[in-house]
Write a protein that binds this ligand. Structure first.
Ligand code: MF3
Ligand code: CO
Length: 291
């Protein structure tokens, strides 16, 4: 049981201000919403200004590494080369790749090709060719702070139907972002993503979602993109989570490769696309921390 903070005690957020002039009204508002029956964030999910600036610094590396991959990716390259570039660029900038050794994951990045939904493992045997679509998912640790984002890359000319999938998956992020605001619910964002994807004839993977991120790689809440407006966790200023829906061209079902225990594939073999942003809920909307 946590000790109750007095009105004149220093606020828990580390601002140095008195509780009554800092987060007291905020805490009372969250308590009220919780009493209405909603899921609400606990204090550990509300990042302090110092934590947010640490996470931003981490994200600068994450963004720079993705920019570096964007400049260098090309047909004929294998995904182990991408892994090496990610490791080199991240460590040269003073960071460390969060995937490496995470729960036994063997590489510094996930590279998911065509019908791979996520967690594709880089390999010298996977050679990029014209017409491929590839997700490169990068996560960085800097001074204990985590950042996480991913982008799609089209290798050379890709088919019209793959291009449309990649573009729709990207637009899903913006549709979701429109719903990120304080005192809304994660379900508002999740439904916006879901509805946009299904309106374009696609499906949204159910088993794998987004997550809180910042002090750990994966924190609560777990974030669904098959949720309903007004449900799921309340969004409060200071929360940081990912929007990273996996959009399938065909059926929604996936399976995990049991030879490595990581890589998810579409059951029907059709392509899947995913973009990921890391987003902060602010006092008046949101801010993209990593992309
Ligand atoms: N970067 C992925 C995400 O967006 C997580 C990958 S876990 C790993 O959440 F170990 F495979 F890297
Ligand atoms: Co993520």
């Amino acid at each position: 049981m946590a000790k109750k903070i007095g009105r004149n005690d220093p606020c828990w957020c580390g601002s140095g201000r008195k509780y009554k002039t800092c987060h007291q009204a905020f805490d009372e508002k969250i308590l009220r919403i919780s009493e209405e029956g909603h899921i609400v964030p606990d204090r550990s999910m509300i990042k302090t200004p110092d934590q947010i600036s640490g996470i931003r610094e981490s994200a600068k590396i994450n963004i720079a590494v993705l920019d570096y991959i964007a400049e260098n990716i090309k047909a004929g390259m294998n995904t182990e080369e991408i892994n090496r570039m990610v490791y080199e660029k991240t460590t040269r900038m003073g960071g460390f790749p969060a995937p490496l050794n995470y729960n036994g994951y063997p590489k510094s990045v996930c590279t998911s090709l065509n019908n791979q939904v996520c967690h594709g493992i880089p390999s010298e045997k996977v050679i990029l060719k014209e017409g491929d679509i590839l997700n490169v998912d990068i996560s960085t640790i800097l001074n204990g702070y985590f950042s996480d984002s991913s982008r799609m890359f089209c290798i050379g000319e890709v088919s019209e139907e793959k291009r449309r999938l990649v573009e729709t998956a990207r637009q899903c992020i913006y549709e979701g972002l429109k719903e990120v605001k304080p005192w809304g619910f994660l379900g508002d964002m999740g439904q916006a993503v879901h509805d946009y994807a299904y309106a374009h004839g696609y499906t949204v993977v159910r088993e794998i979602g987004g997550h809180g991120v910042g002090l750990e790689f994966h924190e609560d809440p777990w974030v669904s993109y098959n949720s309903t407006r007004g449900t799921e966790m309340l969004m409060a200023p200071g929360m940081i989570f990912t929007i990273e829906p996996m959009i399938n061209m065909g059926r929604v079902e996936i399976y995990i490769d049991d030879s490595n225990g990581w890589t998810a594939y579409t059951e029907d073999g059709l392509p899947s696309a995913q973009w990921e942003v890391q987003v902060l809920v602010t006092e008046d909307g949101y801010e993209i921390i990593s992309y």
